[in-house]
Design a protein around this ligand. Structure first.
Ligand SMILES: [Mn+2]
Length: 205
């Protein structure tokens, strides 16, 4: 095979008593985004993720925002990670590894990714402000945690320096976006094989 002949798309639904979520992704998109979670700052972050990863992302979420935004943000992380995992299929031909240093004004964040099939998050990020609007900023660790678990990726995010909490959070999303873009990109020298000496990256073996 010298050309990709399959689509990398998926559609996921996740319904619990806390959240009802529908996610559609196209890994080979152009960064088109339509996200409505009822949490504008979080929608802004997903928009950044889509724009810079070039993954088309469509998210509809009805969450229990009358409690707070915790379940909504955590569960969208899970559903989006799952959608990406499904769309990646057997991970044939992907580049697999990537890293990005992402500056944003005064702050610098590094994200390293291995699309390994083994879920893991390292989160070395301190967020100086406890809240942004009415969002507890500690929830963003939970977003990346649930995303890494359901996407089955090894994800290391470190804020090297920075002061502004909005910048720090946004740099985490953008650095992951660019790392994802590169890691899910197809390696045209290696389209026929899964980039693992083990022969599988599904995480099932
Ligand atoms: Mn912003």
């Amino acid at each position: 095979m010298t050309k990709k002949t399959y689509e990398r798309v998926s559609s996921i639904q996740r319904i619990t008593n806390e959240t009802q979520i529908n996610v559609r992704v196209n890994l080979d998109g152009s960064g088109k985004n339509s996200t409505n979670t009822g949490v504008p700052f979080f929608d802004h972050m997903i928009q950044q993720l889509s724009k810079h990863s070039l993954i088309d992302i469509d998210i509809r979420c009805k969450g229990d925002l009358e409690i707070d935004s915790h379940h909504t943000i955590e569960d969208v992380g899970w559903a989006l990670g799952k959608a990406i995992n499904v769309a990646l299929g057997k991970k044939q031909g992907i580049k697999r590894y990537s890293f990005t240093y992402l500056p944003m004004d005064e702050c610098l964040t590094r994200c390293c990714i291995d699309i390994s099939g083994r879920p893991w998050l390292v989160w070395n990020v301190f967020l100086p402000n406890v809240t942004i609007k009415d969002i507890q900023t500690e929830i963003f660790r939970e977003f990346f945690q649930s995303f890494s678990q359901s996407a089955k990726i090894t994800l290391h995010i470190e804020n090297i320096y920075g002061q502004n909490t909005h910048h720090i959070i946004e740099s985490c999303f953008k650095s992951m976006a660019i790392s994802l873009r590169n890691a899910i990109n197809l390696d045209f020298r290696n389209l026929d094989s899964v980039p693992s000496t083990k022969g599988t990256l599904t995480g099932n073996k």
